[in-house]
Design a protein around this ligand. Structure first.
Ligand code: NAD
Length: 440
C-alpha cells in the first residue's frame, strides 16, 4: 500500500521505517530538509536503537522515500499518517497548528495528485490530540477541501503507544492497535496497513481513541508520582521504598491489574479512607508533602458531590437508593459513600427509601452500628424489605447493588431517572428511559 507519513520526528521516522520494512511503499514528508536528507542517505534523523539499520535497508530496497513535496508523497497514496508535533501552548492547551497545517497540505496536494486506485484517501492522525479533533477539525477540513474532486476522504485517530529508547521494538509489539473512526473504509484500510502486527485492530469512535492516549499517559504519570510519593514518605520513616514497591508489584490481583480502574462511585469502607488519612497524618508529622495522595480524598468527595448535584437537577423528590453498604455482598456501612449520599439527600429534603439485599439494621453491631447511628439514626424507617417497595412512587433510582432482584424491579417499575453508580446493571436496565451512568 502507498503510504505518506507526515512529520519525520521520533514517531514518524519509526513508523515510516517499520512500515517500509514490511513492504509498504512509504513516503516520509517533513518541512525540515535536514531530516529528509538524512533518510534519503539511509541515516536516521533521531537516535533510536535499531532504526538506522531499518532505514538503511528500506531505502536500499526502494520501499522508503523521503521528500519535502506533499504532491510526490500523495500521488496514488491510499493513506496519510500524520505524526507532526502537538506541543503545549503557554497556557497549557494543545497547539494543533501543525496538525491543521498538515491537513491543509494534504488537501492541497490531493487536489492535484493522481487519486488512489480506490478513489478513497484515509487521513490517520497518530499524533496525540484532544478528544474532538478528528470530528471537529480534521474531517471537516478534508470534506470541504476535497469537495468536487474524485477523492472520497475519511479520517481516523490511531494513537501511537511507542516509547522513545525502545520505539522500534514497541512498534512491532504494540500493546494495543486502536482505530478511532466512524468510517468503515478507513477502518478497513488501517486494519490492513497494520495487518502484519500480531494485534487485532479495535475499532472505536474517534473520541474514544483520542481520549485513550491521554488516559494512558495520565496513568503512567500517576504511577510514577505514586511511587515517588510513597518513597518521599517512607524515606523519612526509615523504610526502603524500593523493597516495598518491588513486593507491591508482585500483587497482580489487586495492585497491577484491572481492579479499581472502572469508573464508578466513590471509594469507602472501613479501610481505604482511614488508611489514607493515616498516611497523610504520618506525612504531616514527618514534613512530607503528598499532594497526589491527599488529592484522592478531594476527588472522592467530588464524586459524591457530583451525584448529589445531578440528582438535585432531576425532576422529582422521591428517591430509591438501591444499595447502601460501601460495596456489594457486605453489610459494612462504615464510611459507605451511599450512606453519605443518603444523608445529604435527606438533608436537601428528598424522600429517600433504601433497599440493600444484605443490610439488616437489626443485625448491625459494633462500629458498624455506631457508624449508621451517627449518620442515619432512623435507618430502619427508611429501609424497604424488597426493591419494588423502595421503587414504589420513586422518581429517581440510585443503584449500586448488582442484585438480580434489584434489576428485575427496575425493569418493572422504570423510574424517570436512573443512576447506575457502578455501571453494572446491564443492557436490559440501561435501555430504560432516563438511564444515566455515573462515571461515564
Ligand atoms: N515521542 C514519543 O515518544 C511519542 C509517543 C507517542 C505519541 N507521540 C505524539 O506523536 C506526535 C509527534 O511526536 P514526535 O516526538 O515524533 O515529534 P517531533 O517533534 O520529534 O517530530 C515532529 C516532526 O513534524 C515535522 N512537521 C511539522 N509540521 C509539519 C508539516 N506541516 N509537514 C510535515 N512535517 C511537519 C517537524 O519538522 C518534526 O520533524 C506528538 O503529538 C506526540 O505527542 C510521541
Amino acid at each position: 500500500m502507498k503510504v505518506a507519513v507526515f512529520g519525520l520526528g521520533y514517531v514518524g521516522t519509526v513508523t515510516a521505517a517499520c512500515l517500509a520494512s514490511h513492504g509498504h511503499d512509504v513516503w516520509g514528508v517533513d518541512v525540515d530538509r535536514a531530516k529528509v536528507a538524512d533518510i534519503r542517505s539511509g541515516r536516521t534523523p533521531v537516535a533510536e536503537p535499531g532504526l538506522e539499520e531499518l532505514i538503511g535497508k528500506a531505502v536500499a530496497d526502494g520501499t522508503l522515500h523521503a521528500t519535502t513535496s506533499c504532491a510526490d508523497a500523495l500521488d496514488e497514496a491510499e493513506v496519510s499518517l500524520v505524526c507532526v508535533g502537538t506541543p503545549s501552548t503557554t497556557g497549557g492547551a494543545t497547539d494543533l497548528s501543525y496538525i491543521r497545517r498538515s491537513v491543509d497540505d494534504i488537501v492541497a496536494a490531493l487536489r492535484v495528485a493522481v487519486p488512489s486506485a480506490s478513489g478513497h484517501h484515509s487521513v490517520v492522525i497518530r499524533s496525540t490530540v484532544p478528544p474532538g479533533t478528528i470530528d471537529q477539525a480534521v474531517l471537516p477540513a478534508l470534506v470541504s477541501g476535497l469537495a468536487g474532486t474524485p477523492i472520497t476522504p475519511g479520517a481516523a485517530m490511531c494513537p501511537e503507544f511507542l516509547r522513545e529508547g525502545t520505539s522500534v521494538a514497541d512498534f512491532f509489539n504494540a500493546p494495543l492497535m486502536v482505530v478511532g473512526t466512524s468510517d468503515p473504509v478507513v477502518a478497513e484500510t488501517v486494519t490492513s496497513l497494520f495487518g502484519f502486527l500480531d494485534q487485532p485492530a479495535r475499532v472505536v469512535e474517534p473520541r474514544t481513541a483520542e481520549s485513550l492516549k491521554y488516559a494512558c499517559n495520565a496513568f503512567h504519570a500517576t504511577k510514577v508520582s505514586f511511587a515517588n510519593e510513597m518513597a518521599r514518605l517512607l524515606r523519612r520513616v526509615g523504610v526502603d521504598s524500593r523493597e516495598v514497591m518491588s513486593l507491591f508489584v508482585e500483587d497482580q490481583v489487586l495492585n497491577i491489574s484491572p481492579a479499581y480502574l472502572r469508573p464508578g462511585f466513590a471509594f469507602g469502607g472501613s479501610c481505604l479512607p482511614k488508611d489514607i488519612r493515616s498516611l497523610l497524618h504520618l506525612a504531616r508529622v514527618n514534613s512530607a508533602d503528598l499532594p497526589m495522595l491527599s488529592g484522592t480524598l478531594a476527588t472522592n468527595e467530588l464524586v459524591i458531590r457530583d451525584v448529589v448535584d445531578r440528582v438535585v437537577a432531576c425532576a422529582g423528590r422521591n428517591v430509591a437508593l438501591l444499595g447502601l453498604s460501601f460495596k456489594n455482598n457486605t453489610d459494612d456501612l462504615r464510611e459507605s459513600p451511599n450512606v453519605e449520599l443518603a444523608e445529604r439527600l435527606i438533608g436537601k429534603g428528598f424522600h429517600v427509601r433504601i433497599y440493600d439485599p444484605v443490610v439488616n439494621p437489626a443485625k448491625l453491631i459494633g462500629s458498624n452500628r455506631r457508624a449508621i447511628e451517627a449518620k442515619l439514626p432512623h435507618l430502619s424507617r427508611l429501609l424497604a424489605h424488597e426493591p419494588g417497595q423502595a421503587l414504589h412512587g420513586a422518581d429517581i433510582a440510585i443503584v449500586s447493588s448488582g442484585d438480580q432482584a434489584v434489576r428485575d424491579a427496575l425493569v418493572r417499575s422504570g423510574p424517570a431517572h436512573l443512576f447506575d453508580l457502578n455501571g453494572r446493571l446491564g443492557q436490559q436496565v440501561e435501555a430504560l428511559a432516563g438511564y444515566e451512568g455515573i462515571g461515564w
